[in-house]
Design a protein around this ligand. Structure first.
Ligand code: 13P
Length: 301
């Protein structure tokens, strides 16, 4: 039987390729990754890699971001239909309409968006730097797209700003309701509840800590607490159970499983490297302005 992990390592060397994997990827995929992290970390890495090919184990907008930041490299998305329903809630035309409605207001764009949308915006952000990015802008009024939950979280951290929000949301994080938080708090009264800012505002208000996937992992690994409740995709819980077997981790909601992130298997990474599939291309007419918005974000923090 073919040992897929060994085959992947061999193909990586032959193709001068590196594998990037988001924290939500399956363990088997993370095990062959050269870099694992949250969206911000992976964007920074993608901009500065020394290789010919990047295999992006994640969803389409992440691979597109890598291609925009590294246009001379081949960027492969192992599962071509691994998308993001949140990114699909908005088009470039929607952003142009918002700009017409709010002239002079800069547009901050969560990286969970298409290249077409990024191209219409002034600066990108991820969940780990959204507050810093919005705070860095001199204008009081700021258009924030497409995640309305993350936008609400930012608005609450920066009361001096006036945010115009889009109504997009992550369908996976939006499953968590305040009743789930109340129930799990009653079941585990001593456990800290950590949530991603893509959760609904009434859920975030009940949590003990809010942060990106990497920030949740850092908090859970470094804090003194022995029991923690994880309010983001189950991949983070798997990482934590592996890295801190001495602690107890519970998932805030059984539905915290992103079907798109879970599409990529070891076989998908192997096939991507073997057949050089599925190559991401971004028209330079969109990639140019999208790159400016991404680089501006990388310069803020
Ligand atoms: P991070 O910025 O925490 O990696 O989150 C990305 C994402 O898509 C969360 O659902």
């Amino acid at each position: 039987m073919v040992n897929l992990k060994q085959e992947i390592e061999k193909l990586k060397r032959e193709r001068n390729a590196l594998v990037l994997a988001h924290n939500y990827q399956l363990d088997e995929v993370q095990e062959v990754a050269d870099y694992i992290g949250d969206s911000f970390y992976l964007s920074k890495i993608a901009a500065n890699l020394d290789c010919e090919t990047i295999v992006f184990s994640g969803v389409r907008f992440m691979a597109e971001t890598a291609k925009i930041l590294s246009p001379d490299k081949t960027v492969l998305l192992p599962e071509s239909d691994a998308g993001c329903p949140l990114a699909d809630t908005i088009t470039g035309g929607d952003v142009r309409a918002l700009k017409r409605q709010h002239p002079g207001a800069p547009v901050v764009c969560y990286v969970n968006s298409s290249a077409e949308v990024k191209a219409e915006t002034d600066i990108c952000c991820t969940s780990s730097n959204a507050v810093k990015v919005v705070a860095s802008l001199p204008e009081k009024k700021v258009i924030f797209v497409p995640d309305g939950h993350l936008g609400d979280y930012v608005a609450k951290q920066l009361p001096e700003k006036e945010l115009v929000l889009w109504h997009g949301a992550c369908v996976t994080h939006a499953k968590v309701r305040p009743g789930d938080v109340a129930q799990i708090r009653a079941d585990y009264p001593h456990a800290k509840i950590l949530v991603h800012p893509e959760c609904a505002p009434d859920v975030v208000a009940m949590a003990d800590f809010t942060g990106s996937t990497a920030e949740i992992i850092r908090y859970a690994e470094q804090s003194q607490e022995k029991s923690l409740i994880i309010g983001t995709e189950v991949g983070v819980l798997c990482n934590l159970r592996a890295s801190r077997p001495d602690k107890h981790f519970f998932l805030l909601h059984p539905g915290l499983v992103c079907p798109n992130m879970k599409k990529t298997r070891l076989q998908s990474v192997h096939a991507a490297l073997l057949h050089n599939q599925h190559q991401i291309e971004v028209d330079e007419a969109l990639a140019g302005p999208a790159r400016r918005a991404l680089i501006r974000m990388l310069e803020v923090v």
